[in-house]
Design a protein around this ligand. Sequence first.
Ligand SMILES: C[S@@+](CC[C@H](N)C(=O)[O-])C[C@H]1O[C@@H](n2cnc3c(N)ncnc32)[C@H](O)[C@@H]1O
Length: 274
Amino acid sequence: MDGLSIQSGQIVSVNKGGWDKSYGINHINEFNRAWLSLVREKINENATIWISGTVHNIFSVRQILIELGFKILNIITWEKNNPPPNFSYRYFTHSTEQVIWVKKNEKIPYYFNYELMKKINGNKQMKDVWKLPTIAPWEKSCGKHPTQKPLSLLIRLILASTKPNAWILDPFTGSSTTGIVANLINRQFIGIDQEESYLEISKNRKLEIESLQTAVDYRQKLVGFDHKKDLEQYLLEESSSNRDIQQNFNASHKIEQLSILFRVNNLNRLFLYD
Ligand SMILES: C[S@@+](CC[C@H](N)C(=O)[O-])C[C@H]1O[C@@H](n2cnc3c(N)ncnc32)[C@H](O)[C@@H]1O
């Protein structure tokens, strides 16, 4: 179903894209089972996965994750500082999204940057409710994706769960917010999407941050750190203390793995950052 938004003071219909339309719960479950099985098969034993979703999909994702043997670590609630208003006046304003964090194997240790999360939360344990803004206009400089995520949300997820040089895969990459954050903080990225126009936005966003100055500006605009320079300082410390390469996703097999994703999901494009 199309959503409603407000533009220049007018209520307008927003077409979120064909992928966002629902074809019923059985279809949703089957789709989630297909892609999550594939991802499970291909990732390393110590890998973790983050999956965000709206109420239409997230309960199905949780059910299928458990069915496939993933271990749920957290369900993060992203509380939006500035959600769009509700126009029907018949229920509460939707102001949250859930992000499920899971690990593949219950018995294998995984990476969690507990200390950093605590540090950026005023030296108190980071909770599972994150107050962060929705996407800012400067993040749309390369075109509009209807459900583009804010960089500030992705940076927290990625810093919490990866080391420098880690490979990150987003099989529903859209405008590649995941990849932009990955590259802004020295991680490697593979993105997949079925829509060529979204990959075009992704490519332009990638070109944009190849300017060193733009990359620094963007890092300083990210919300969730006490001071503008905190992230730069942390990245310096991180690169000197982490000389090993972490690979959540087995990079030596990446092309072969992705070609499998191609067929099953009927994907028609692959986009690679490094
Ligand atoms: C919620 S959006 C991702 C937005 C992204 N996180 C961003 O910040 O731009 C989901 C994306 O998945 C893509 N998609 C949906 N079904 C797909 C499929 N079967 N195979 C590949 N991509 C698909 C859509 O084209 C859409 O761009």
